[in-house]
Design a protein around this ligand. Structure first.
Ligand SMILES: *[C@@H]1O[C@H](CO)[C@@H](O)[C@H](O)[C@H]1NC(C)=O
Ligand SMILES: *[C@@H]1O[C@H](CO)[C@@H](O)[C@H](O)[C@H]1NC(C)=O
Ligand SMILES: *[C@@H]1O[C@H](CO)[C@@H](O)[C@H](O)[C@H]1NC(C)=O
Ligand SMILES: *[C@@H]1O[C@H](CO)[C@@H](O)[C@H](O)[C@H]1NC(C)=O
Length: 199
């Protein structure tokens, strides 16, 4: 009986011991305007390209890479027909390491350009530096540094009446002075990367 009582005490203790520690109220805030409505669009395709390896296809990835005079990364976003007559806001969200657990590595002053491609043209998994889509309008160059959220463009979503399929908008992030690798995700704390909010 004594043993049984001891066992039942031990058993009763186990759930307490295995309950994970609560993380406390971990409410590190995101950069100003660095959160998103659930409806915001994430990229449908992320393709690094390399000027030094112009015929190599790196394929779809969640890890974007930008290096001076070599890597740029193309982001496709699919604007749905339901965005007709609506405003599209393109943002680049860039939390600090304290605000996201997503991997990123950033070194340099942070001067970036976003080379836009023609409306409706986008990368595919086989796209290389040499086979980039036709160029199109680009938002202005921007300085991107951690701890901020950047609105790169706000305007009509451009959906035409009668359009029944999503339209691809696409561009490549490049820099001549900064090394930047990051995991595009909204699931590791504050979101990081490119997003389009429709309103
Ligand atoms: C945040 O977003 C709102 C609405 O788009 C804008 O009015 C405001 O200027 C933004 N704040 C900053 C610091 O960018
Ligand atoms: C590219 O990867 C993203 C994220 O993993 C995924 O959602 C998307 O379907 C992929 N696209 C293609 C064309 O493989
Ligand atoms: C979009 O705007 C046009 C022109 O103002 C209008 O004729 C059309 O009904 C609108 N479509 C929708 C779905 O709101
Ligand atoms: C990088 O430098 C090259 C050569 O000067 C120039 O053609 C290119 O536009 C620059 N790219 C960026 C992203 O500033």
């Amino acid at each position: 009986m004594k043993n049984l009582a001891l066992i039942s005490i031990l058993l009763a203790t186990i759930p307490t011991l295995t309950t994970p520690f609560k993380m406390g109220n971990c409410d590190t805030s995101c950069p100003t305007n660095g959160t998103l409505p659930d409806s915001a669009l994430s990229p449908s395709l992320i393709i690094p390209i390399s000027a030094q390896q112009p015929t190599r296809a790196f394929g779809n990835t969640t890890l974007a890479k930008v290096t001076p005079s070599d890597f740029c990364t193309i982001f496709n976003l699919e604007i749905p027909p339901s965005a007709i007559n609506k405003t599209c806001l393109l943002a680049f969200l860039f939390p600090t390491h304290e605000q996201t657990t997503a991997f990123y590595s950033f070194a340099g002053p942070g001067d970036f350009v976003f080379n836009g491609y023609a409306y409706g043209a986008g990368a595919n998994p086989g796209t290389t530096y040499e086979t980039q889509p036709a160029s199109g309008p680009s938002p202005p160059a921007a300085k991107l540094v951690p701890g901020n959220a950047y609105v790169l463009n706000v305007g009509s979503c451009g959906v035409q009446p009668g359009q029944t399929e999503a339209v691809t908008v696409s561009g490549a992030l490049c820099s001549n002075d900064t090394y930047f690798e990051f995991e595009q995700t909204r699931e590791k704390g504050c979101p990081i990367g490119f997003y389009v909010a429709i309103s």
